[in-house]
Design a protein around this ligand. Structure first.
Ligand code: G6P
Length: 594
């Protein structure tokens, strides 16, 4: 949460920082601010709300060549101008992403300071100011900061009178971008992609000093680091809106490509699949852990891996799993799923697993992120930058990796034939065909966008898909939506079904089809507006008002086809309601606090 960007160099800094903040807005957007050096002073402009509000206040043409900016997702203190970053205390101005757990205690240590805001970040500014007064040397201050601070932090710091940007991180991401025209700090690569593809990844407790022409990075022991430069490999276009109204729609449409890029290395032959997944067959049990959509995709994984891989799978929400007792088998694997690779609860599960000596496998999108670096093994999805807060393409790519794990284990235990691999080769075409349903889905959205409650019904794999479909809808459209295991409906929820209440049912599992259809009959009898997504014609036409027919493909890939339709329904419902689709209220894409 929270986005940081900073620049020092030959060019004017404010336009670059604003651009960077705009591309980081997915990390938080309840207030924003910039600090920049003008003549010999540090000026600060900050404002509540989205970055457009800040843009109206700030003069982009100022002759300033060094500055830091921040877009906030409030943790300590409500979203308002005074709580927004940058914070200036004494000679120190800083932006912070993370949570300082001992800030109350630090306040006592810093009793000579008067507090303007309710934030933990202002306390860090005061701490650095005090340490700087004592040492008059920022390198010494940064080296000992970890002895004072508990919690997570990525910091960008300016010091009165010095033409430098200082940066340090622990458990919140920070990169250092370099270019001929100057140097950058940023929470994530898209913030600087327009200017450079070259960056250093700062690791925990490392810190950096940036000047106009130079960057020096220090390792956790204070020695100058000789780490190698990373080069962003994706296209810049992937991080831009490219004429689409919303990133969400753009990212939905990128799915055929994203999925193929993710699975290509696995599907050319069985040998290729084995090369990627070898060793997974040795586990007696697997736990899949994630948050939000990553948890939902884990439920799809549980279903597929149990059914075809014949391995016991538990799936849990990371914030629950980390505080719950578990019984482990001797050969137990924990799979962590995370688009960002920075989600605090998922990272905590990974660290706990490592402490226990349990093997870990991460399925991650962001290369070099904390979860990717710390897991024993990582399988990257290749979704490219995902900017819309509500995930679409990353979810689908994660699903396909889990599906390939199920396939691999299924081939090993002979419940599946190697021929199934062929089905994946057509996946881009199959997903593209579903994208052609847009007109129909927009019409369905017209039928439901003014309703107050919407239900999703399904059983088994279809239920796991319902959970994600329902989350997608409520995240972006703010309509109340619930996913229900179809058989459970009559134990309560059916009382909420009224005349024309939309019920969207997913019916793709032949084994359980008739059961789900009977449940649909029950809601239809209560006059629900019934929309069915199915891979077979429904003979009894009275069961639905609208039918979305997807092709009959292997269960290992059919979930992807279902989900594309659900994502588009959510998108159009949100659009009709005039919602801020890419930045739904109160949400943030990268949740780096517990
Ligand atoms: C946030 C996002 C969700 C995402 C979840 C986990 O809540 O809004 O879309 O599924 O975090 O994020 P991760 O980066 O770990 O996949």
């Amino acid at each position: 949460m929270c986005g940081i960007v900073g620049y020092i160099g030959k060019d004017k800094c404010i336009p670059k920082i604003i651009k960077g903040l705009e591309s980081l807005e997915y990390r938080g957007y309840d207030s924003a601010g910039i600090a920049y050096k003008l003549n010999n002073d540090i000026e600060i402009v900050k404002e509540e709300g989205k970055i457009v509000n800040l843009k109206e206040l700030i003069n982009k043409d100022l002759d300033s060549y060094m500055g830091i900016g921040h877009t906030r997702w409030a943790t300590h203190g409500m979203p308002c101008t005074v709580n927004s970053h940058p914070h200036k205390v004494g000679k120190i101005t800083l932006v912070h992403n993370g949570i300082i757990e001992n800030y109350e205690k630090l306040k006592k240590y810093l009793k000579e300071y008067k507090w303007q805001s309710e934030t933990d970040s202002e306390v860090v500014a005061a701490l650095i100011d005090k340490l700087y007064q004592e040492d008059n040397d920022m390198l010494k201050v940064l080296a000992k900061l970890k002895d004072y601070l508990k919690g997570s932090y990525a910091l960008g710091v300016l010091v009165d009178g010095l033409d430098m940007i200082y940066a340090i991180r622990k458990d919140s991401p920070l990169i250092i971008g370099i270019s001929e025209d100057g140097n950058y700090i940023a929470s994530d690569v898209p913030a600087i992609l327009e200017y450079t593809k070259m960056y250093y990844l700062l690791l925990n407790d490392e810190y950096a000093v940036l000047s106009k022409n130079d960057v020096t990075i220090y390792d956790k022991d204070g020695k100058i680091s000789t780490k190698s430069l990373e080069v962003f490999e994706g296209s810049i276009d992937a991080a831009m809106k490219n004429g689409y109204d919303h990133y969400m729609l753009k990212e939905i449409e990128e799915q055929p490509k994203a999925v193929m890029e993710t699975i290509n290395e696995y599907i050319n032959s069985y040998e290729a699949l084995e090369e990627k997944l070898k060793g997974l067959e040795k586990y007696e049990a697997i736990d899949i852990v994630g948050c939000g959509s990553a948890y939902h995709v884990g439920l799809v994984g549980k279903y597929l891996i149990t059914k075809y891989g014949k391995v016991e799978v538990r799936t849990d929400i990371a914030s629950e799993y980390r505080y719950t007792e578990h019984i482990y088998r001797k050969k137990h694997l924990i799979i962590l799923i995370s688009q960002s690779g920075e989600t605090a609860d998922t990272l905590a599960v990974l660290r706990k697993a490592k402490e226990m000596g349990t093997q870990t496998l991460a399925i991650v999108n962001v290369v070099g992120s904390s979860i990717a670096r710390e897991a024993d093994k990582v399988l990257y999805i290749k979704a490219g930058p995902e900017i819309a807060v509500a995930t679409t393409k990353a979810y689908l790519c994660q699903m396909m990796i889990l599906s390939l794990i199920a396939l691999y284990l299924g081939i090993k235990n002979k419940s599946l034939s190697k021929d199934v691999l062929k089905e994946y080769k057509e996946l881009d075409k199959l997903i593209s065909d579903e994208l052609e349903n847009k007109e129909k889905l927009e019409k369905i959205a017209q039928l439901i966008y003014q309703k107050k409650d919407i239900f999703y019904l399904g059983r088994k794999l279809d239920y796991a898909l319902c959970l994600e479909a329902s989350l997608k809808l409520k995240e972006v459209s703010y309509l109340h939506s619930e996913a229900y295991a179809a058989g459970e409906l009559k134990h309560g929820t059916i009382s909420l079904i009224e005349d024309k209440t939309p019920v969207i049912s997913i019916v793709t599992d032949d084994d359980i089809r008739t059961k789900t259809l009977s449940n649909i009959k029950e809601v239809k009898a209560r006059k629900a507006l019934s929309i069915i997504i199915s891979n077979r014609e429904i003979d009894d036409k009275s069961l639905y008002d609208e039918l979305i027919l997807i092709p009959k493909v292997h269960e290992l890939i059919s979930g992807a086809l279902v989900m594309v339709n659900c994502q588009l329904i959510a998108y159009y419902v949100a659009k009709l309601n005039g919602c801020d689709i890419d930045k739904p209220r109160n949400l943030a894409k990268s949740v780096t606090v517990e």
